[in-house]
Every structure is written in structure tokens, then in C-alpha cells.
Design a binder for this molecule. Structure first.
Ligand code: ADP
Length: 268
């Protein structure tokens, strides 16, 4: 029905039945989740992977299966275990960040260099998309390097996940008077207008087939928002369905930039 999306259908050997695994999918559930206490949300999210791990291991224990079926079921168990582990890690990270229990190690560093390194690395490691970068030049910000790298990687990985193979991803850096603006644009599936206000809410995922086919937790963007806002910055999105999405990250720029600019350039 329209409250559930079917994840797997397995025909059991010897006509012994069919195994369905469903995920609950109503938008109302997503909104209600905001109000719920996080432990109950977590248990809701854990139920689907746990149910399929239990279902497929029961099958393997109690049925005689061909090696290829066995392998297929084991692969499902492995990918659901990975999903559980990612859910738990992201859940705990989000809890720490949203309760301001996370410590930030602030240093002054060149955001242009980080963007160039990430773009080059993703071009080599994924090779499915074409990442291009355009910048105003070297620019210093004071921030937690690891956390900013995590935000950028998450937005870049989303651009890859939610756009077709072989498409372009454009990264740009503008260094303005008091802030820097990073824009990450893709030519992907885009996001329906009615989903945009909820996109940074925990566990929110766009309820469309092309989005739901992609593995995700709905915690990546809330984590990014917590990190960027903790640095006094802002993260926003503009998107058109079928055309693509632009994510904008604004962060305060180092005030002493003008005085250190020449020194920094000389040291590069
Ligand atoms: P997920 O783990 O589901 O990717 P996120 O919090 O990172 O979680 O993103 C939330 C939802 O926002 C995604 O499930 C997807 O529907 C949508 N989304 C995020 N980035 C993009 C993008 N670049 N293009 C289209 N949709 C996106």
C-alpha cells in the first residue's frame, strides 16, 4: 500500500512461500519523527535491517539452498549489517552534535586547498562522475578541519548518489569580504519543492523511487547543518526536480586574512 515501500521479494525454494521486506514510508511518519524521542526513532529505523537479517538467516538455517542463493542471502545480510552500523554511527554522531557535546578543534586553514584535494580524490576514487572546481583563490577560515571535510564529503557524496552516472558536479568557492561561499551543484534527480523545508530534519528522505533506490539514513544533512551552524555558518539548498540541486555553504572568513594573505601565499 502507499504507506510502505517493498525492499525485497524472495521466492522460497520448493514453492514454500514468498518473503517480503517492507520499509514504512509515509511523509506523515517523517514529520511525526521530529517530535519523537530519539530512542524510539532509532528503534523504528533499526527494525527493517534487523528484520531482514533475521529473515534471511532463518532461511539459510532451515532450508537447503543452492550455493548461488546462499551467496545472495549472505550478501543481503552483509549489506543490512553495514546499514545498521552506519545508522548507529550517524545516530550517535548526530546525538553528540545536536546536544553540543562535541568538541571542536579550531585551526586556521586554506579552504581552497581542502576543496581541491577532495575534488581530485573523488575524481580518482569514484570515476563515475566528472567533478570540476572553480575558485577565487586561496582563502583562510578558522574551523575544525575534520568536521568541515566531513560536511563537504557528505554533500559531494550526495551529489554523486543522487545524479546519473557520467553527469557533472560543479564545485565553486567564492571568497567574499567577511565570508566564504562554497557551492556544490549537480545535474541530478533534484528535490521536489514540498520536500525542501524538511530536508535538514533528522531521518528525512525524499519519497521518490530514484531517491529510495539509494541507500541512506537521512542523517547526513542534519549532521552537516549542526556542524556548519556551530561554526557560525549557514547551509541552504536550491533545487529543481529533474534539473539538479545546488547546496550553498557559508562560513565566516578569517578577519586577519588581509594581513596574513601575503605571508600565506609566500609559504605555499
Ligand atoms: P541520506 O543518507 O538519505 O542521503 P541525507 O540527510 O544526506 O541522507 O539527505 C537527505 C535526503 O535529501 C536524501 O535522502 C535525498 O532524498 C535528498 N538529497 C540530498 N542530497 C541530494 C542531492 N544532491 N540531490 C537530490 N536529493 C538529495
Amino acid at each position: 500500500d502507499d504507506r510502505h515501500v517493498r525492499l525485497y521479494t524472495e521466492f522460497l525454494p520448493d514453492r514454500q512461500g514468498i518473503l517480503f521486506v517492507f520499509r514504512e514510508r509515509t511523509i506523515e511518519v517523517n514529520h511525526a519523527k521530529k517530535e519523537q524521542n530519539f530512542i524510539s526513532v532509532l528503534s523504528h529505523e533499526l527494525r527493517t535491517p534487523l528484520a531482514s537479517i533475521e529473515g534471511f538467516s532463518e532461511l539459510m538455517l532451515h532450508r537447503t539452498l543452492s550455493p548461488s542463493k546462499q551467496r545472495k542471502y549472505l550478501e543481503t545480510v552483509r549489506s543490512e549489517t553495514q546499514r545498521l552500523s552506519q545508522l548507529l554511527t550517524e545516530f550517535l554522531d548526530y546525538q553528540r552534535l545536536s546536544h553540543q557535546k562535541e568538541s571542536y578543534h579550531l585551526v586556521s586553514f586554506c579552504i581552497e586547498r581542502m576543496l581541491i584535494e577532495l575534488t581530485e580524490w573523488l575524481n580518482v576514487s569514484t570515476s563515475t562522475h566528472h567533478l570540476q572546481i572553480q575558485t577565487d583563490g586561496p582563502c583562510l577560515i578558522t574551523a575544525d578541519q575534520e568536521k568541515i571535510r566531513r560536511v563537504l564529503l557528505n554533500i559531494l557524496n550526495n551529489a554523486i548518489k543522487y545524479s546519473p552516472v557520467d553527469s557533472n558536479i560543479q564545485v565553486s568557492l567564492a571568497c567574499c569580504e567577511s565570508e566564504i561561499v562554497i557551492t556544490i551543484s549537480d545535474d541530478g534527480y533534484g528535490i521536489p519543492t514540498q520536500d525542501l523545508p524538511y530536508l535538514f530534519d533528522p531521518y528525512y528522505r525524499v519519497e521518490q523511487a530514484d531517491h529510495l533506490q539509494v541507500q541512506g539514513t537521512g542523517l547526513g544533512l542534519p549532521i552537516c547543518k549542526e556542524i556548519i551552524e556551530a561554526h557560525g555558518g549557514r547551509i541552504t539548498v536550491h533545487s529543481e526536480i529533474g534539473k539538479g540541486s545546488d547546496f550553498f555553504i557559508r562560513l565566516p572568513r578569517d578577519e586577519e586574512w588581509n594581513t596574513t594573505n601575503n605571508m600565506y601565499k609566500n609559504s605555499m
